[in-house]
Design a protein around this ligand. Structure first.
Ligand code: GDP
Ligand code: MG
Length: 209
């Protein structure tokens, strides 16, 4: 997929204010500092699109970016930031989980995982929750340039093995680097394939279905 345009559309704290669910969208989510903003900028080739390295845990916004006038990248607040208060965490949970569970045009949740780390409980639990809700997701391993490919392969294998504790099959995965653009064509190709089959939900007078 060639990226012609990528534009910031809106930031939301309210589900009711989201853009109409008429274009396919992909939610990017992961622990704070996993490399989410960098990945969004790398995919779109627009440097300042998603701001990198803001104070983690601070923004509790759902950000919509429109790509090629055709599909949305949705930047969700990072989870698992230790210094966030308990009530903040609960707010995060409710807000984001409601969005993920209810969003009619959400095609796939892109769960970002730091390729340097052993499987983290919070990531596994989040994937498990997505599975329970029947939401499609893929894992996107980030920062692969930070170590050799053997180490990356080991991390990926460990995470996928851990997921098999919950699922019969591990979901598709991508290995990426925002520094080297590794994985860019694969992620965009995956999204392009889904976009081709997208039919917008119909409005029945009350809901989109
Ligand atoms: N070497 C390397 N550093 C990265 C990569 N992705 C992100 N980073 C760095 O990791 C830090 C956190 O990245 P950021 O995109 O702000 O993470 P976010 O909190 O998940 O949005 C920043 O210092 C980035 O420069 C990558 O693919 N390779
Ligand atoms: Mg960020």
């Amino acid at each position: 997929m060639v990226i012609k345009t990528a534009d910031f559309i809106c930031s939301n704290t309210q589900i009711s204010r989201l853009p109409l669910p008429l274009k396919p969208e992909y939610a990017f989510i992961g622990r704070s500092n996993v490399g989410k903003s960098s990945l969004i900028n790398m995919l779109t080739q627009k440097k300042g699109l998603a701001k990198t390295s803001q104070t983690p845990g601070k923004t509790q916004l759902i950000n919509h970016f429109l790509v090629n006038d055709n599909w949305y990248i949705v930047d969700l607040p990072g989870y698992g930031y230790a210094r966030t208060s308990k009530s903040n965490k609960e707010d995060w949970n409710k807000f984001i989980r409601t969005y993920l569970d209810k969003r009619e045009s959400l095609q796939c949740v892109m769960v970002l995982i730091d390729s340097r780390l052993d499987p983290q409980k919070i990531d596994l639990e989040f994937c498990n929750w997505l599975g329970e809700k029947g939401l499609s997701f893929v894992t996107v391993f980030t920062k692969a340039d930070k170590q050799g490919s053997i180490k990356t392969d080991q991390s990926v294998a460990k995470f996928r093995r851990a997921l098999l504790g919950y699922f019969e099959e591990a979901p598709p995965y991508f290995v990426t680097s925002s520094e080297t653009m590794m994985g860019r064509d694969e992620v965009l190709g995956f999204i392009d394939d889904i976009n081709k089959n997208f039919t917008p939900p119909k409005f029945d007078g009350e809901h989109y279905k």
